[in-house]
Design a protein around this ligand. Structure first.
Ligand SMILES: Cc1ncc(COP(=O)(O)O)c(C=O)c1O
Length: 399
């Protein structure tokens, strides 16, 4: 049977794979505490859902413009101006099936076979996969706790080759929760401008911030950068709308137009009903968003208090998003009560913790760091209390 090389190398998202394993265990009656979720555990705010229902009743169930409805694109422009200080026209906006598709389209417009795209690690799992699907080469820029998981201008400059076409920046970051500050973006922006590189920014977690952190859209730090950037965002995380599948990109016409052309042949257009719900989300009162982010902030505080009880964990408090990404490596090489098989690597640790503490964490190797595991606090407070206590008790038995 014929299978393309693309099909042979495509891998299932590992963050989904761990959920899958846990789901199967759960189905056998085992009680688990899940910290794998990549989505808010709140319902979509009622007014937004009502707008979706109304769209169905009003017959807004037919094709829209491949680019998204003009009403929604105008609302996105207003949002970018209001929240990010960015000026775009509706023709520079492409609405898509989630930020995921917007990222893929933004990359598809740039990459020819063999082109390199820089990806700071730890990275969101889909970036390298998307680049490879497009026959590009992901070039990983490792970061660690010493720079708060952020790349430096020197590191960026040193990684650029004649084949480099772009870099992806994710701020706030999944999985580390790092947030780039304006001065850091300005310094990176100078290198990008000098070297004529494109920038794709993933700002999907912009509303979820802690300890007074401020989100700065990288495209807003200089007019040069705006011309070289595709801003990607969406409503999945901020409005708890992951299943509605609406994201968007904002980019100059010569980047947005080919993305629309491709999308017109791929998905046709993003879901008409979801576009109406998104219009409501972006133009309505966002009190429920504030309640969600306050809840995340309280949970984060408790998660950090609990993790501090595990003496060998190294934790950088996240500035944004709803994940903590502790370094578990001081426990590698140890075994339960000093007997049996030693735990090794993030996959080994995730499996060990699933089997012994009944907690579901995502191994860091999926994000480009085998020393870490990701803990999502998009889960109930009882899960945090019971699950992390169970995990800490097991970690204390590793010798
Ligand atoms: C960093 C990052 N970007 C993009 C996405 C995809 O978002 P969407 O649901 O809008 O496709 C996710 C979802 O987990 C994410 O964590």
């Amino acid at each position: 049977m014929k299978r393309s090389n693309r099909a042979k190398t495509a891998r299932f998202s590992t963050t989904l794979a761990i959920d899958d394993k846990a789901r199967k265990l759960k189905a056998t009656g085992v009680k688990l505490w899940g910290f794998g979720a990549g989505q808010p555990d709140f319902p979509t705010p009622e007014a937004i859902s009502a707008a979706g229902i109304q769209a169905i009743k009003d017959g807004k169930t037919v094709y829209t413009s491949p680019q998204g409805t003009v009403e929604l694109r105008r609302a996105i422009c207003a949002k970018l101006e209001r929240d990010n200080g960015l000026t775009y026209g509706p023709d520079e906006i492409v609405v898509s099936a989630g930020a995921k598709q917007a990222l893929y389209m933004a990359l598809a417009v740039l990459i020819d076979r063999g082109d390199e795209v820089l990806v700071p690690a730890p990275f969101w799992v889909s970036y390298p996969e998307m680049i490879q699907l497009l026959d590009g080469v992901p070039v990983i820029l490792p970061t660690d706790e010493s720079t708060g998981f952020k790349i430096t201008p020197e590191q960026l400059a040193a990684a650029i080759t004649p084949r480099t076409v772009a870099i992806i920046l994710n701020t706030p970051s999944n999985p580390t929760g790092s947030v780039y500050e304006r001065s850091e973006l300005e310094a990176l922006g100078r290198v990008l401008a000098e070297r004529g590189l494109h920038l794709i920014t993933d700002e999907i977690y912009e509303r979820i911030l802690y300890d007074g952190a401020v989100h700065v859209s990288p495209a807003a730090v200089s007019p040069n950068l705006r011309e070289m950037t595709a801003v990607v965002n969406g409503v999945s995380k901020a409005f708890s709308m992951t299943g509605w599948r609406i994201g968007y990109l904002a980019a100059p016409r010569d980047w947005a137009d080919p993305a629309v052309a491709m999308q017109s042949h791929l998905s046709g257009n993003p879901c008409s009903i979801s576009q109406e719900a998104t219009l409501c989300a972006l133009t309505g009162d966002d009190a429920t968003v504030r309640v969600m982010t306050e809840t995340f902030a309280r949970r984060r505080t408790r998660v950090l208090e609990l993790l501090a009880q595990a003496s060998k964990l190294r934790v950088v408090p996240p500035k944004g998003a709803f994940y903590v990404f502790p370094d578990f490596s001081a426990y590698y090489g140890l075994s339960l009560d000093g007997t049996g098989t030693a735990v090794s690597g993030s996959q080994g640790m995730a499996e060990f913790l699933l089997d012994t503490a009944r907690v579901v964490l995502v191994p860091g190797d999926a994000f480009g760091s085998d020393r870490h595991l990701r803990i999502s606090f998009a889960c109930a407070e009882t899960v945090i209390e019971e699950g992390l206590s169970s995990m800490i008790a097991v970690l204390a038995r590793l010798r």
